[in-house]
Design a protein around this ligand. Sequence first.
Ligand SMILES: O=C(O)CCC(=O)C(=O)O
Ligand SMILES: [Fe+2]
Length: 285
Amino acid sequence: MIEVRRLGPQIGAEVQGIDVRTLDDAAFAVVYRAWLDSNVLVVRGQEDLQIEDFLRYSRRFGLVQPHPSKTTRHPDYPEITLLGVNKFGPDGALDMAIYRRGAEGWHTDGAYDQEPFKATQLYALAVPSRGGDTHFASMYAAYDALPQGLKRRLEDHRGAFTYGGRRKATALLNEEDRDWTPVYHPIIRTHPETGRKGLYFDPGKILRIEGLEERESDEMIEELTGRMIQPGAEYRHKWRKGDIVIWDNRCSYHRAAGDYPPEEDRIHWRVSIKEHAVAGMATAI
Ligand SMILES: O=C(O)CCC(=O)C(=O)O
Ligand SMILES: [Fe+2]
């Protein structure tokens, strides 16, 4: 019996009573709908998944693609990024780019791509005794809370994004992959499936806002950074081993807490998912 439980007032839901390995199309349609409605979907208790199980389930959401960070790919499965693996270098020093991956600020994954990631999905293999949560927040709420004048002003503007953004944070990329040409996305972006508008923004990847003078653009980036997170529109996930969490990069921001004891393991498999027709949806909904 599938049950969907809301985790926060505007964002986050948990699906109970499923095994992702044996979900039929009708059940998957419930899962997918719950995900679209809540931006972040949690499935707990999926212990002992094999990589193939995780990939098969992930592909039902869209096109699973290898992430540009080649050094953190699984050696046999390029579509799987390993999070929290090889944290210590040969000299025993903690590699901060791995330990604090995703913790430098609120962001959305893949804004540096012409077609950003639709979704990111994580599976928890090892969870530390404390810390290591993931925080989420709604882009819809950020848009809704913008003053009318600002909404109107931003409506026609696109942002230029690259992987490293203004800080050129490219430590996890190979040398030859660091030269990114900026891509452009509307700052007010309409979600292709829900039709709702969100504040599509990522302070770590945006270079500038098209059509604004440099100073104006920097000020606007500053202002929008302060408007991303709205009270009551957040969800904080406390991981347990066997959890699967998928978030919608088209309508949510996230960040890792980056605060767990470094000597402990915090390991996830991650997939990056792009848009394409969703298997089983045509008949199921
Ligand atoms: O490890 C986490 O909690 C999330 C890291 C992150 O930002 C990502 O995987 O995209
Ligand atoms: Fe991320």
